[in-house]
Design a protein around this ligand. Structure first.
Ligand code: ATP
Ligand code: MG
Length: 479
């Protein structure tokens, strides 16, 4: 009653209904999931909930990936128990989230995310608020709340499983696996779409993009990751809805961008973003980077390397990746500043400031990551100074390894002198005598470097330069 009143006062309207589908139970004979593939952690969570009298299933990406024969990244559980009912069943469990309340159950370093079945948007009217989340806070997280564009601000209304399925994004992400009965529950022909390798939005795609514009990016991510075709009705509204991404809080955009670029399919995801016209405005500076041939080569090489590292089971740090993505911009600002006569190291710091603050308006790069990015960049001109003072301090710098990898990437794509890169490859593995010889040799080949300060020649403004000279020529970087 009170909810309805508040909703009415806030101008609430119900959303067009997302059709809830017919429940199909797919037996073992028709699916390839083997209970043995599931980790004990996920099984324990499901069984504990079921023994306490609740429904519980493995859901989402893990079911999809198991059906496709991929190794799931993580395991999520969906249940009809509320977060407050879930938490006390486990020794190490915490309640998290505000917009979307869930429980994290911890098994050592592994986390199983347990979410309560969400009700469909039309069973509970949405509070429509003027884009200001403060208005919603007083509603104690009990209601759906949407902003003026239809974006869901809060989603903590519990409902039955069929409604939960309708609230998920793609048919292939709305499959539930019950390890006890060994059945897959499917309301939206997700299994059929998995077989047809098709990514299809559940419900009316345009409405679903308005509810959560991040789904626009998820289309690109899953199409790239799964190598699926995008269903035409899912694809069609995308071009008209790209502006919605501007409403997404920058921290969430950052998380999604990391998922897009750091889960092993960065190159394919960027390709998809471009095909769908979504890369513009997401990382505005990437647009510019990709428009410069050298910038594009560098960014593509960085993404290819990231994918390769992840395929080998190595990690890829977000700071390195973001440092790469924004480098073409930093680099051209750096060049311009040096052309104006700013010394190389100072010019780089200034270029980094400009680029990072322009980017921050759109995508909140976490502070810790921004600090690392800046270090990777600012070590670049220092790597070109092969004097004893610089060489040893750079070598001991905690970000040396990343900065060196970054230099290798620049050298490979024509942005830095390959001899400088190979000099560092030798220097780091050399003994003291060899190091002294390498420093000598660098001083001979680059007379501008041996510690003696040369007066910087002021370049005429307007002299064009695409890549600052850091690769051993020494002229622009001899401060
Ligand atoms: P991945 O393996 O890449 O993590 P995933 O499908 O598990 O893929 P998550 O982002 O972890 O993706 O989300 C888990 C599940 O939650 C999804 O499969 C989907 O059912 C649901 N989901 C997540 N984000 C959304 C969203 N924005 N809108 C609707 N449903 C979503
Ligand atoms: Mg997941």
């Amino acid at each position: 009653m009170i909810r309805k009143l508040i909703t009415r006062l806030l101008g609430g309207k119900s959303q067009p209904s997302a059709p809830t589908g017919k429940r199909l139970e797919i037996p073992r004979a028709q699916h390839q999931i083997n209970v043995g593939q599931l980790p004990n952690s996920a099984l324990t969570v499901v069984r504990t909930l079921q023994q306490a009298g609740f429904e519980a299933y493995i859901v989402g990406g893990a079911v999809r990936d198991l059906l496709l024969g991929f190794k799931p990244k993580d395991f999520d559980v969906a249940t009809n128990a509320t977060p407050e009912q879930v938490k006390p069943l486990f020794r190490r469990a915490i309640l998290i989230g505000r917009r979307f309340r869930i429980v994290h159950v911890m098994f050592g370093r592994e986390i199983i995310e347990v979410s309560t079945f969400r009700a469909s948007m039309d069973t509970q009217p949405a509070a429509r608020v003027g884009g200001d989340e403060r208005n919603v806070r007083d509603l104690a997280g009990k209601l759906h709340a949407v902003d003026e564009s239809g974006r869901v601000l809060r989603d903590n209304v519990w409902g039955p499983q069929d409604q939960d399925a309708a609230r998920r994004d793609f048919t292939v992400n709305a499959l539930y696996y019950d390890p006890t009965r060994d059945i897959v529950v499917d309301y939206h022909h997700g299994l059929r779409d998995i077989k047809a390798r098709t990514l299809r939005m559940i419900g009316d795609p345009a409405t679903r993009y308005r509810e959560d514009p991040v789904r626009l990016l998820r289309v690109a991510r899953f199409a790239a990751k799964l190598g699926f075709a995008i269903d035409p009705a899912t694809r069609a509204p995308i071009a008209h809805h790209t502006a919605l991404l501007r409403n997404v809080p920058s921290a969430r955009l950052f998380d999604e961008t990391i998922k897009l670029l750091q889960t092993g399919h960065a190159l394919a995801s960027l390709e998809q973003l471009r095909n769908l016209g979504l890369h513009k405005g997401l990382l505005p500076l990437i647009d510019l980077a990709l428009n410069q041939p050298q910038g594009e080569a560098f960014v593509m090489a960085a993404l290819r390397d990231t994918d390769a590292r992840l395929a080998e089971g190595k990690t890829a740090s977000p700071s390195f990746l973001f440092a790469c993505l924004l480098w073409p911009q930093v680099n051209s600002h750096w060049a311009a500043l040096q052309t104006e006569g700013v010394p190389a190291i100072a010019a780089l710091d200034q270029a980094a400031d400009e680029v990072l603050s322009a980017q921050a308006e759109r995508l909140a790069i976490q502070r810790r990551i921004a600090v690392d990015m800046r270090e990777i960049w600012s070590l670049q001109p220092r790597l070109a100074r092969r004097t004893p003072r610089y060489a040893y301090s750079v070598l001991e710098h905690p970000r040396f390894r990343a900065a060196y990898d970054f230099l290798l990437l620049r050298a490979r794509t024509g942005g830095a002198d390959p001899d400088l890169a190979s000099w560092w490859s030798h220097f780091q593995d050399a003994d003291e005598t060899e190091r002294a010889a390498l420093i000598e040799q660098a001083a001979r080949t680059n007379p501008a470097e041996p510690g003696k300060r040369k007066r910087r020649k002021r370049k005429k403004p307007g002299a064009s330069q695409t890549e600052p000279s850091t690769g051993g020529g020494g002229s622009a970087s001899s401060q």
